[in-house]
Ligand binder design. Structure first.
Ligand code: HEC
Ligand code: HEC
Length: 356
Protein backbone atom coordinates (compact mmCIF):
# COMPACT_ATOMS: atom_id res chain seq x y z
CA UNK A 1 0.00 0.00 0.00
CA UNK A 2 1.60 3.27 -0.99
CA UNK A 3 1.61 6.40 1.10
CA UNK A 4 -1.21 8.12 -0.84
CA UNK A 5 -3.45 5.10 -0.52
CA UNK A 6 -2.81 4.87 3.21
CA UNK A 7 -3.84 8.50 3.63
CA UNK A 8 -6.92 7.92 1.55
CA UNK A 9 -7.91 4.85 3.56
CA UNK A 10 -7.29 6.64 6.83
CA UNK A 11 -9.37 9.60 5.72
CA UNK A 12 -12.15 7.33 4.54
CA UNK A 13 -12.08 5.43 7.83
CA UNK A 14 -12.08 8.65 9.81
CA UNK A 15 -15.04 9.92 7.82
CA UNK A 16 -16.86 6.66 8.38
CA UNK A 17 -16.13 6.75 12.10
CA UNK A 18 -17.23 10.33 12.46
CA UNK A 19 -20.45 9.56 10.64
CA UNK A 20 -21.05 6.64 12.96
CA UNK A 21 -20.17 8.67 16.05
CA UNK A 22 -22.29 11.60 14.89
CA UNK A 23 -25.07 9.12 14.13
CA UNK A 24 -24.90 7.60 17.61
CA UNK A 25 -24.65 10.87 19.47
CA UNK A 26 -27.44 12.42 17.51
CA UNK A 27 -29.82 9.50 18.16
CA UNK A 28 -29.29 10.00 21.88
CA UNK A 29 -29.47 13.78 21.51
CA UNK A 30 -32.70 13.48 19.54
CA UNK A 31 -34.18 11.31 22.29
CA UNK A 32 -33.13 13.83 24.92
CA UNK A 33 -34.41 16.81 22.93
CA UNK A 34 -37.75 15.07 22.36
CA UNK A 35 -38.14 14.42 26.08
CA UNK A 36 -37.32 18.06 26.88
CA UNK A 37 -39.91 19.28 24.36
CA UNK A 38 -42.47 16.85 25.79
CA UNK A 39 -41.73 18.03 29.33
CA UNK A 40 -42.42 21.62 28.32
CA UNK A 41 -45.94 20.67 27.16
CA UNK A 42 -47.04 17.77 29.37
CA UNK A 43 -46.76 16.89 33.05
CA UNK A 44 -46.90 13.53 34.79
CA UNK A 45 -50.01 12.79 36.86
CA UNK A 46 -49.80 14.05 40.44
CA UNK A 47 -50.14 11.54 43.31
CA UNK A 48 -53.49 13.03 44.28
CA UNK A 49 -56.09 15.48 43.01
CA UNK A 50 -57.47 16.25 46.47
CA UNK A 51 -58.38 19.84 47.23
CA UNK A 52 -58.85 21.67 50.54
CA UNK A 53 -62.52 22.40 49.81
CA UNK A 54 -63.31 18.70 49.96
CA UNK A 55 -61.43 16.98 52.79
CA UNK A 56 -60.71 13.35 52.06
CA UNK A 57 -60.96 10.37 54.38
CA UNK A 58 -60.98 6.64 53.79
CA UNK A 59 -64.57 6.47 55.13
CA UNK A 60 -65.65 9.17 52.67
CA UNK A 61 -64.07 7.50 49.66
CA UNK A 62 -65.56 4.16 50.68
CA UNK A 63 -69.02 5.67 51.01
CA UNK A 64 -68.46 7.46 47.69
CA UNK A 65 -67.66 4.16 46.03
CA UNK A 66 -70.89 2.58 47.35
CA UNK A 67 -72.91 5.57 46.15
CA UNK A 68 -71.18 5.44 42.76
CA UNK A 69 -72.56 1.92 42.25
CA UNK A 70 -75.94 2.53 43.98
CA UNK A 71 -78.91 2.22 41.59
CA UNK A 72 -81.78 2.58 44.08
CA UNK A 73 -81.55 6.38 44.29
CA UNK A 74 -82.61 6.71 40.66
CA UNK A 75 -86.30 6.86 39.87
CA UNK A 76 -86.24 3.74 37.67
CA UNK A 77 -84.00 1.84 40.08
CA UNK A 78 -81.44 1.14 37.35
CA UNK A 79 -79.25 4.19 36.98
CA UNK A 80 -76.02 4.68 38.89
CA UNK A 81 -72.79 6.45 38.02
CA UNK A 82 -71.36 3.01 37.25
CA UNK A 83 -74.16 2.31 34.77
CA UNK A 84 -72.47 4.79 32.44
CA UNK A 85 -68.96 4.94 33.94
CA UNK A 86 -68.10 1.28 34.31
CA UNK A 87 -64.84 -0.46 35.25
CA UNK A 88 -65.38 -2.89 32.35
CA UNK A 89 -65.14 -0.02 29.88
CA UNK A 90 -62.35 1.95 31.51
CA UNK A 91 -64.71 4.33 33.29
CA UNK A 92 -66.99 4.91 30.27
CA UNK A 93 -69.83 2.84 28.72
CA UNK A 94 -68.69 2.01 25.15
CA UNK A 95 -71.93 3.40 23.65
CA UNK A 96 -72.11 6.24 21.14
CA UNK A 97 -74.77 7.94 23.25
CA UNK A 98 -75.41 6.85 26.83
CA UNK A 99 -78.75 5.32 27.71
CA UNK A 100 -80.36 6.91 30.77
CA UNK A 101 -83.56 6.73 32.80
CA UNK A 102 -86.31 4.57 31.31
CA UNK A 103 -84.08 3.80 28.32
CA UNK A 104 -83.96 7.41 27.13
CA UNK A 105 -80.92 8.38 25.07
CA UNK A 106 -78.63 11.12 26.35
CA UNK A 107 -77.44 13.71 23.83
CA UNK A 108 -73.78 12.89 24.47
CA UNK A 109 -71.15 10.19 24.73
CA UNK A 110 -69.98 9.37 28.26
CA UNK A 111 -66.33 10.27 28.81
CA UNK A 112 -64.26 8.18 31.20
CA UNK A 113 -64.47 9.19 34.83
CA UNK A 114 -60.73 8.58 35.30
CA UNK A 115 -58.63 11.70 36.00
CA UNK A 116 -61.64 13.98 35.48
CA UNK A 117 -61.06 15.64 38.87
CA UNK A 118 -58.01 17.25 37.21
CA UNK A 119 -59.94 18.85 34.34
CA UNK A 120 -60.66 22.57 34.14
CA UNK A 121 -64.42 21.87 34.14
CA UNK A 122 -66.79 18.93 33.68
CA UNK A 123 -68.93 18.02 30.64
CA UNK A 124 -68.34 18.94 27.00
CA UNK A 125 -70.00 22.31 27.59
CA UNK A 126 -68.17 22.86 30.88
CA UNK A 127 -71.45 23.55 32.72
CA UNK A 128 -70.17 21.91 35.93
CA UNK A 129 -66.90 22.99 37.46
CA UNK A 130 -65.93 20.22 39.88
CA UNK A 131 -66.64 16.51 40.07
CA UNK A 132 -68.60 17.27 43.25
CA UNK A 133 -70.90 19.75 41.47
CA UNK A 134 -71.34 17.20 38.69
CA UNK A 135 -72.36 14.44 41.15
CA UNK A 136 -74.81 16.70 42.99
CA UNK A 137 -76.62 17.91 39.87
CA UNK A 138 -76.86 14.35 38.49
CA UNK A 139 -79.34 13.54 41.30
CA UNK A 140 -81.92 15.85 39.73
CA UNK A 141 -81.06 15.27 36.07
CA UNK A 142 -84.18 13.95 34.30
CA UNK A 143 -81.93 11.70 32.20
CA UNK A 144 -79.80 10.29 35.04
CA UNK A 145 -81.51 9.99 38.45
CA UNK A 146 -84.73 11.94 37.93
CA UNK A 147 -85.38 12.97 41.56
CA UNK A 148 -87.75 15.94 41.81
CA UNK A 149 -85.69 17.61 44.53
CA UNK A 150 -82.83 16.91 46.96
CA UNK A 151 -85.05 15.94 49.93
CA UNK A 152 -86.50 13.14 47.78
CA UNK A 153 -83.02 11.75 47.12
CA UNK A 154 -81.97 12.21 50.78
CA UNK A 155 -85.06 10.33 52.01
CA UNK A 156 -84.19 7.44 49.69
CA UNK A 157 -80.63 7.29 51.03
CA UNK A 158 -81.95 7.09 54.60
CA UNK A 159 -84.49 4.42 53.77
CA UNK A 160 -81.77 2.34 52.08
CA UNK A 161 -79.73 2.13 55.29
CA UNK A 162 -77.00 4.67 54.47
CA UNK A 163 -77.30 6.80 57.63
CA UNK A 164 -74.54 5.00 59.57
CA UNK A 165 -72.11 5.20 56.64
CA UNK A 166 -72.75 8.96 56.29
CA UNK A 167 -72.24 9.41 60.05
CA UNK A 168 -68.86 7.67 59.82
CA UNK A 169 -67.84 9.65 56.77
CA UNK A 170 -69.02 13.01 58.11
CA UNK A 171 -68.50 12.86 61.89
CA UNK A 172 -69.67 15.81 63.98
CA UNK A 173 -72.50 16.62 61.57
CA UNK A 174 -75.97 16.44 63.05
CA UNK A 175 -77.72 15.60 59.80
CA UNK A 176 -75.05 14.06 57.59
CA UNK A 177 -77.36 12.50 54.98
CA UNK A 178 -77.45 15.42 52.54
CA UNK A 179 -77.07 15.86 48.80
CA UNK A 180 -73.94 17.97 49.48
CA UNK A 181 -72.39 15.04 51.34
CA UNK A 182 -73.47 12.60 48.62
CA UNK A 183 -71.48 14.81 46.26
CA UNK A 184 -68.51 15.20 48.61
CA UNK A 185 -68.30 11.43 49.14
CA UNK A 186 -68.57 10.57 45.44
CA UNK A 187 -66.00 13.29 44.69
CA UNK A 188 -63.69 11.84 47.32
CA UNK A 189 -63.88 8.50 45.52
CA UNK A 190 -63.49 10.02 42.04
CA UNK A 191 -60.39 11.87 43.21
CA UNK A 192 -58.75 8.47 43.80
CA UNK A 193 -59.34 7.43 40.17
CA UNK A 194 -56.05 8.57 38.67
CA UNK A 195 -54.43 6.30 36.09
CA UNK A 196 -50.65 6.61 35.75
CA UNK A 197 -49.49 5.34 32.34
CA UNK A 198 -46.25 4.51 30.49
CA UNK A 199 -46.14 8.13 29.27
CA UNK A 200 -45.77 9.30 32.90
CA UNK A 201 -42.72 7.06 33.34
CA UNK A 202 -41.32 8.51 30.14
CA UNK A 203 -41.91 12.10 31.30
CA UNK A 204 -40.06 11.23 34.49
CA UNK A 205 -37.03 10.27 32.38
CA UNK A 206 -37.42 6.57 31.54
CA UNK A 207 -36.62 6.53 27.81
CA UNK A 208 -37.53 2.86 27.59
CA UNK A 209 -41.07 3.31 28.94
CA UNK A 210 -42.48 3.98 25.45
CA UNK A 211 -41.65 2.45 22.07
CA UNK A 212 -39.77 4.01 19.17
CA UNK A 213 -43.03 4.25 17.19
CA UNK A 214 -44.68 6.05 20.11
CA UNK A 215 -41.78 8.53 20.21
CA UNK A 216 -42.17 9.25 16.50
CA UNK A 217 -45.88 9.71 17.17
CA UNK A 218 -45.22 12.02 20.11
CA UNK A 219 -42.92 14.10 17.91
CA UNK A 220 -45.66 14.30 15.23
CA UNK A 221 -48.34 15.07 17.82
CA UNK A 222 -46.34 18.11 18.90
CA UNK A 223 -45.02 19.27 15.52
CA UNK A 224 -48.29 18.95 13.64
CA UNK A 225 -50.15 21.04 16.26
CA UNK A 226 -52.25 18.57 18.28
CA UNK A 227 -50.49 19.59 21.48
CA UNK A 228 -51.64 23.19 20.93
CA UNK A 229 -54.98 22.04 22.36
CA UNK A 230 -54.23 18.66 23.96
CA UNK A 231 -51.56 19.51 26.52
CA UNK A 232 -50.89 19.61 30.26
CA UNK A 233 -51.21 16.83 32.81
CA UNK A 234 -54.32 15.37 31.21
CA UNK A 235 -53.24 15.90 27.57
CA UNK A 236 -56.33 18.05 27.01
CA UNK A 237 -59.22 18.89 29.30
CA UNK A 238 -57.79 22.32 30.12
CA UNK A 239 -59.45 24.60 27.54
CA UNK A 240 -62.45 25.11 25.27
CA UNK A 241 -62.15 25.26 21.48
CA UNK A 242 -64.36 25.32 18.45
CA UNK A 243 -64.91 21.82 17.05
CA UNK A 244 -64.61 22.22 13.29
CA UNK A 245 -62.22 25.10 12.65
CA UNK A 246 -61.82 24.40 8.95
CA UNK A 247 -65.33 23.14 8.13
CA UNK A 248 -68.56 22.03 9.87
CA UNK A 249 -67.66 19.10 12.12
CA UNK A 250 -70.50 16.86 10.94
CA UNK A 251 -69.07 16.79 7.41
CA UNK A 252 -66.09 14.86 8.78
CA UNK A 253 -67.70 12.92 11.65
CA UNK A 254 -71.01 12.01 10.02
CA UNK A 255 -72.79 13.29 13.17
CA UNK A 256 -76.56 13.20 12.92
CA UNK A 257 -78.95 15.93 13.98
CA UNK A 258 -80.43 15.06 17.36
CA UNK A 259 -84.07 15.31 18.28
CA UNK A 260 -83.25 15.94 21.93
CA UNK A 261 -81.07 18.96 20.98
CA UNK A 262 -83.40 20.07 18.20
CA UNK A 263 -80.65 19.86 15.60
CA UNK A 264 -76.87 19.90 15.86
CA UNK A 265 -74.97 19.77 19.12
CA UNK A 266 -73.77 23.36 19.50
CA UNK A 267 -71.56 22.68 22.54
CA UNK A 268 -71.26 25.39 25.17
CA UNK A 269 -73.96 27.42 23.40
CA UNK A 270 -76.66 25.13 24.88
CA UNK A 271 -75.67 26.39 28.35
CA UNK A 272 -74.98 30.07 27.63
CA UNK A 273 -76.94 30.91 24.44
CA UNK A 274 -74.09 33.26 23.53
CA UNK A 275 -73.26 33.36 19.80
CA UNK A 276 -69.52 33.17 20.52
CA UNK A 277 -70.07 29.81 22.27
CA UNK A 278 -71.55 28.18 19.16
CA UNK A 279 -69.79 24.82 18.55
CA UNK A 280 -67.34 25.41 21.39
CA UNK A 281 -66.55 22.17 23.23
CA UNK A 282 -64.20 21.31 26.02
CA UNK A 283 -61.01 19.83 24.57
CA UNK A 284 -61.24 16.30 26.00
CA UNK A 285 -58.40 14.74 27.94
CA UNK A 286 -56.63 12.07 25.90
CA UNK A 287 -55.59 9.91 28.84
CA UNK A 288 -57.05 6.40 28.27
CA UNK A 289 -58.38 7.49 24.87
CA UNK A 290 -57.32 4.19 23.26
CA UNK A 291 -59.54 2.37 25.80
CA UNK A 292 -62.68 4.48 25.41
CA UNK A 293 -64.14 4.30 21.91
CA UNK A 294 -66.31 5.51 20.28
CA UNK A 295 -65.09 9.08 19.87
CA UNK A 296 -66.27 12.68 20.02
CA UNK A 297 -69.14 14.24 21.96
CA UNK A 298 -71.67 12.06 20.16
CA UNK A 299 -69.59 8.91 19.68
CA UNK A 300 -69.90 9.42 15.94
CA UNK A 301 -66.48 7.96 15.07
CA UNK A 302 -65.80 4.35 16.03
CA UNK A 303 -62.05 4.01 15.62
CA UNK A 304 -59.13 5.93 17.06
CA UNK A 305 -57.17 6.17 13.80
CA UNK A 306 -60.22 7.73 12.13
CA UNK A 307 -60.67 10.14 15.06
CA UNK A 308 -57.04 11.25 14.60
CA UNK A 309 -57.64 11.85 10.87
CA UNK A 310 -60.82 13.81 11.62
CA UNK A 311 -58.95 15.99 14.13
CA UNK A 312 -56.13 16.79 11.69
CA UNK A 313 -58.68 17.73 9.04
CA UNK A 314 -61.11 19.72 11.20
CA UNK A 315 -58.75 21.41 13.66
CA UNK A 316 -55.57 21.82 11.63
CA UNK A 317 -56.63 21.63 7.97
CA UNK A 318 -54.10 18.86 7.39
CA UNK A 319 -54.21 15.43 5.87
CA UNK A 320 -51.98 12.97 7.71
CA UNK A 321 -50.32 10.00 6.00
CA UNK A 322 -51.28 6.50 7.18
CA UNK A 323 -47.78 6.26 8.67
CA UNK A 324 -48.27 9.46 10.68
CA UNK A 325 -51.65 8.27 11.95
CA UNK A 326 -50.16 4.90 12.98
CA UNK A 327 -47.42 6.63 14.95
CA UNK A 328 -49.77 9.11 16.63
CA UNK A 329 -52.03 6.21 17.67
CA UNK A 330 -48.95 4.41 19.09
CA UNK A 331 -48.27 7.54 21.14
CA UNK A 332 -51.90 7.80 22.31
CA UNK A 333 -51.71 4.18 23.49
CA UNK A 334 -48.98 5.17 25.96
CA UNK A 335 -51.62 7.27 27.76
CA UNK A 336 -53.57 4.18 28.90
CA UNK A 337 -53.30 3.31 32.58
CA UNK A 338 -54.74 0.36 34.48
CA UNK A 339 -58.27 0.44 35.89
CA UNK A 340 -57.61 1.48 39.51
CA UNK A 341 -57.86 -1.58 41.81
CA UNK A 342 -60.31 0.19 44.15
CA UNK A 343 -62.68 0.67 41.18
CA UNK A 344 -62.34 -2.75 39.57
CA UNK A 345 -64.37 -4.60 42.20
CA UNK A 346 -67.99 -3.67 42.83
CA UNK A 347 -68.73 -2.73 46.47
CA UNK A 348 -71.11 -4.34 48.94
CA UNK A 349 -74.14 -2.06 49.29
CA UNK A 350 -76.23 -1.64 52.44
CA UNK A 351 -79.31 -3.77 52.75
CA UNK A 352 -82.41 -1.62 53.26
CA UNK A 353 -83.60 -2.01 56.87
CA UNK A 354 -86.70 -4.15 57.26
CA UNK A 355 -89.83 -2.20 57.94
CA UNK A 356 -93.53 -2.79 57.44
C1 HEC B 1 -77.13 7.73 31.98
C2 HEC B 1 -75.69 7.74 31.92
C3 HEC B 1 -74.93 8.51 32.98
C4 HEC B 1 -75.07 8.44 34.34
C5 HEC B 1 -76.11 7.69 35.14
C6 HEC B 1 -74.01 9.27 34.88
N1 HEC B 1 -73.25 9.80 33.87
FE1 HEC B 1 -71.59 10.92 34.07
N2 HEC B 1 -71.68 11.39 32.12
C7 HEC B 1 -72.53 10.84 31.21
C8 HEC B 1 -72.45 11.58 29.96
C9 HEC B 1 -73.22 11.29 28.70
C10 HEC B 1 -71.53 12.62 30.18
C11 HEC B 1 -71.14 13.74 29.21
C12 HEC B 1 -72.12 14.89 29.46
C13 HEC B 1 -71.78 16.16 28.69
O1 HEC B 1 -70.62 16.34 28.32
O2 HEC B 1 -72.67 16.99 28.50
C14 HEC B 1 -71.04 12.46 31.54
C15 HEC B 1 -70.07 13.26 32.13
C16 HEC B 1 -69.54 13.02 33.38
C17 HEC B 1 -68.38 13.68 33.92
C18 HEC B 1 -67.52 14.73 33.22
C19 HEC B 1 -66.40 14.08 32.46
C20 HEC B 1 -65.66 15.02 31.57
O3 HEC B 1 -64.63 14.61 31.01
O4 HEC B 1 -66.10 16.16 31.37
C21 HEC B 1 -68.17 13.19 35.18
C22 HEC B 1 -67.08 13.56 36.15
C23 HEC B 1 -69.23 12.23 35.42
N3 HEC B 1 -70.04 12.14 34.32
C24 HEC B 1 -69.42 11.54 36.61
C25 HEC B 1 -70.63 10.92 36.92
C26 HEC B 1 -71.05 10.56 38.28
C27 HEC B 1 -70.21 10.75 39.52
C28 HEC B 1 -72.29 10.02 38.18
C29 HEC B 1 -73.17 9.54 39.30
C30 HEC B 1 -73.50 10.53 40.29
C31 HEC B 1 -72.63 10.02 36.75
N4 HEC B 1 -71.62 10.59 36.04
C32 HEC B 1 -73.80 9.48 36.23
C33 HEC B 1 -73.34 9.76 31.43
C34 HEC B 1 -73.80 9.38 32.69
C1 HEC C 1 -57.83 23.64 18.04
C2 HEC C 1 -57.87 22.65 19.09
C3 HEC C 1 -57.59 21.20 18.77
C4 HEC C 1 -56.54 20.68 18.05
C5 HEC C 1 -55.41 21.43 17.34
C6 HEC C 1 -56.69 19.25 18.10
N1 HEC C 1 -57.78 18.89 18.85
FE1 HEC C 1 -58.39 17.02 19.27
N2 HEC C 1 -60.08 17.76 20.08
C7 HEC C 1 -60.40 19.11 20.22
C8 HEC C 1 -61.76 19.24 20.65
C9 HEC C 1 -62.51 20.54 20.93
C10 HEC C 1 -62.28 17.93 20.75
C11 HEC C 1 -63.71 17.54 21.14
C12 HEC C 1 -64.59 17.50 19.92
C13 HEC C 1 -65.98 16.98 20.26
O1 HEC C 1 -66.13 15.79 20.50
O2 HEC C 1 -66.89 17.78 20.33
C14 HEC C 1 -61.19 17.03 20.40
C15 HEC C 1 -61.28 15.63 20.41
C16 HEC C 1 -60.24 14.77 20.12
C17 HEC C 1 -60.31 13.32 20.20
C18 HEC C 1 -61.51 12.51 20.64
C19 HEC C 1 -61.44 12.27 22.13
C20 HEC C 1 -62.60 11.50 22.70
O3 HEC C 1 -62.45 10.99 23.82
O4 HEC C 1 -63.66 11.43 22.08
C21 HEC C 1 -59.08 12.83 19.82
C22 HEC C 1 -58.67 11.38 19.75
C23 HEC C 1 -58.26 13.97 19.49
N3 HEC C 1 -58.99 15.12 19.69
C24 HEC C 1 -56.96 13.89 19.02
C25 HEC C 1 -56.32 14.96 18.41
C26 HEC C 1 -55.14 14.83 17.58
C27 HEC C 1 -54.40 13.53 17.32
C28 HEC C 1 -54.84 16.08 17.11
C29 HEC C 1 -53.78 16.44 16.10
C30 HEC C 1 -53.89 15.81 14.82
C31 HEC C 1 -55.82 16.99 17.67
N4 HEC C 1 -56.72 16.27 18.43
C32 HEC C 1 -55.83 18.36 17.46
C33 HEC C 1 -59.55 20.17 20.00
C34 HEC C 1 -58.37 20.07 19.26
Amino acid sequence: MNFKNTIRTTLALAALCSITVVGLVSAEDTDKALLERAKSLFKPLPDTSRVDDYPHSAARAELGKALFFETRVSTDGRMSCAACHNPTYHGADSLSLSVGLHGKKLPRNAPTVFNTSLLVAQHYGGNRMTVEEQAMKALLSPLAYGNKDYPEAEAKLKSLGYTKKFEEAFPNEKEPVTAENWAAAIGSFERTLLTPAPFDKYLKGDQRAISKEAKIGLDKFMSVGCAGCHNGTTVGGQSFQKFGLTEDYWLATGSKEQEILKGRDKGKWHDTQKPEDMFIFKVPQLRNVAMTPPYFHDGSVAKLDDAVRVMARLQLGKQLSDEDVKHIVAFLQTLSGDVPAQFAKAPALPVAPYSN
